[in-house]
Design a binder for this molecule. Sequence first.
Ligand code: 3HC
Length: 301
Amino acid sequence: AKRPAGVPETAPRQVGKVGIVGAGLMASQLAMVFAQHLQVPVVMTDVDDARVAKGLDFVSSQVEKLQTKGRLSADQAAGLKSLVTGSTDKSVYADADFIIEAVFEEIGVKKQVFAELEEIVPAETILATNTSSLSVTEMAADLRHPERVIGFHFFNPVAVMPLIEIARTPQTADEPIATAFDLAARLRKTPVLTTDSAAFVVNRILLRLMAEVQKAFDEGTDAATADQALRPIGLPMTPFTLLAMVGIPVAQHVTESLHAAFGERFHVSDNLQRLIEAGVTEIWSTDEDGRPYIKEETLAL
Ligand code: 3HC
């Protein structure tokens, strides 16, 4: 196949073990797809046992769904489950070849994770970030080996969204980029190479729409009306449903990064900020027929 523009000719690194930092919404989905398609050991860590257990439970439930659909035999399902393990101790990453972090979307937290990893892993281990909007260059800036750091950005739901944005910083060496393209192909995803600019390519465009809808929300259009109105224009998922899936705090952080980079084109919603501060993380519920409706407590805010 023709090599996409900008992809180095360097041979990819063979990845025999994958590390996932975090066990939350994105991290657990990542663990699933890496184990399923690479068939190599995948280890997840998080700050406490409960979070690790929740991530592992998610993987088990996904594996069981595939088994129920007849896509995996009982043996294959058991094999897949046994590939994914969890821990609260980052030393489990010592022999991983590729580690991707999917922790809280905050630059200080991500820099801390990479600094800790650098104390544990050899110089050539690839460190990837699933950040949506933070600077990969800044995440790598204080490391001894910033040339091993890349952006490797998946979309939610990971199992079905086809794209991966691979972000290269001015420091990134060729081998991590070549490896990222090889991994994306093995994960059956479509990789695109982007520069390390705020929110890469997709979210920069998607968030223009989302921010504009949220501005209308701030100006008095209720969420249910906005979603209903936008349904016929061919969006696979209407804005507030998408927001509920991505998670309001995550979406708000992405918009804030874009606001910082590009100004008022990316409106940060006061209403969403109020919801976050009130602890509302889900806007929608579904009725008995599976139709989504906006929750009373959301409307009351
Ligand atoms: N996990 C695993 N599989 C899922 C899934 C999930 N969460 N959601 C759907 N699927 C699977 C279904 O099981 C089904 O598989 P099957 O055909 O093997 O049975 C298949 O996907 C299709 O499901 P549906 O029939 O429910 O299909 P829909 O037509 O409703 O499509 C969708 C579902 C693909 C999720 C579609 O609604 C969609 O594309 N939504 C938009 C998602 C999007 O824009 N994501 C990007 C968010 S931004 C982001 O992630 C960036 C972040 O950094 C902020």
